[in-house]
Design a protein around this ligand. Structure first.
Ligand SMILES: [Zn+2]
Length: 68
């Protein structure tokens, strides 16, 4: 039996958050710096992994700034 799989999924995981000076441009609440890891899988096989740092709003979850 041949199973064709076109399932691609991407998971975003936020690792470590630390409060940082500054506020969100949307809701004016506190921001925090986080390490974000994204994993892309094709047919349940991980083939791409990327991590980057970003400043996120702790309240609404908006990404305020990303670092490569
Ligand atoms: Zn916000």
């Amino acid at each position: 039996m041949v199973v064709f799989c076109f399932l691609v999924d991407q998971k975003r995981k936020v690792k470590r958050t630390k409060p940082v000076a500054g506020s969100c441009s949307r809701c004016r609440r506190g921001a925090s710096v986080a390490e974000i890891i994204t994993k892309t899988r094709f047919c349940h096989i991980p083939f791409h992994r990327r991590s980057y740092k970003a400043i996120l709003c702790t309240f609404c979850g908006a990404t305020l700034k990303t670092y490569p």
